[in-house]
Design a protein around this ligand. Structure first.
Ligand code: ZN
Ligand code: ZN
Length: 120
């Protein structure tokens, strides 16, 4: 009997069992009801007029690029534009947040030639 009572108290902490509803806290965590963007973050960042960037969104639900400006933009890294258009920052081939520095390529060359001479 005593056990049962303490159990009941424990359950009181969980509103899910009490009401059969999901508590607000868990709802927040899941972020299921993420609001859809109503403006184009890309154009907003570019400093376009409010009237312009509020008229469209950057991407639709399917992840297709909607923004007319971005659609015209060709990614210099992978050469994609139109539906899949993106900025360098969001390029799937660009793993680093910064553009690939020239020094990286140079380093590689040095390492390669050094390795060759070493193994010989
Ligand atoms: Zn836009
Ligand atoms: Zn790209």
């Amino acid at each position: 009997m005593a056990d049962f009572r303490s159990n009941g108290r424990d359950f009181e902490y969980c509103p899910e069992l009490e009401n059969g509803e999901i508590p607000v806290v868990i709802n927040r965590r899941k972020k299921n009801n993420k609001p859809l963007p109503t403006e184009c973050a890309f154009c907003k960042n570019n400093g376009e007029e409010v009237q312009f960037y509020k008229q469209h969104i950057l991407k639709d639900l399917n992840g297709r690029t909607v923004c007319p400006i971005l659609r015209r933009y060709t990614c210099p890294i992978c050469g994609v534009n139109g539906d899949q258009a993106h900025t360098i920052k969001y390029c799937p081939l660009n793993k680093s947040p910064e553009p690939i520095p020239l020094t990286n390529a140079m380093k590689r060359q040095v390492r390669n030639s050094a390795g060759k001479t070493r193994s010989k």
